[in-house]
Write a protein that binds this ligand. Sequence first.
Ligand code: CA
Length: 233
Amino acid sequence: MSNNKYKILIVEDESNIRSFIKTILEAKGYQVLDSKNGAQGKMMFSSYYPDLIILDLGLPDIDGTEFIKEIRQSHKVPIIVLSARTQEKDKVQALDLGANDYVTKPFGTEELLARVRAALRNSIHGKETEDGQMAFSLRDLMIDYESRLVTMNREPVKLTQTEYNIVALLSENAGKVMTYSAIIQAIWGVSDRGSIKKLQVNMANIRKKLGIKPGANPYISNELGVGYRMYNE
Ligand code: CA
């Protein structure tokens, strides 16, 4: 297995979920470190510097969002957050604090593995590590950041300035869920009551112009109630 070089740290207090995740990751050849609370998780992080952290938000000793804040002060390691349905607000906060992705409990094996692969790929091939990268491509979609030109199947896509800015922002963060408020902040600077509606209207136009049919060949996923994600494969 070529995954062997990746070390993944699980921080989760529920032992059955912790061992479930450990089992499926080890079966795929990942090295797994597991901890049952925030303090132990932090200790393991600074001893082993894992390539990825899977973090439960509801920990017995510290809030998962606090954990993210501390890690993000000095590290870019990808963080996937595990949250319960009752923690919707925390999930959004976690993403705004710098978590890369989230998985809602209960989750399936394939879903978790896909998120893990995407987060690892992003940290290695993402824009952050390739400064100076001036173009983005995803299947038939190409974005040239210098000329601000978007093409689909080599045909130019006519986007408004705002639509282009949204597409460019999502592509620069491909693989990562961007919350509504993060997008609104980046595009318009301020948010008001109409901001989400304005964003949704722009997204609907973008999808139409890119020729994305509902459910088919998605370049951008709509994370209901949370935000949007440009795929990175
Ligand atoms: Ca928990």
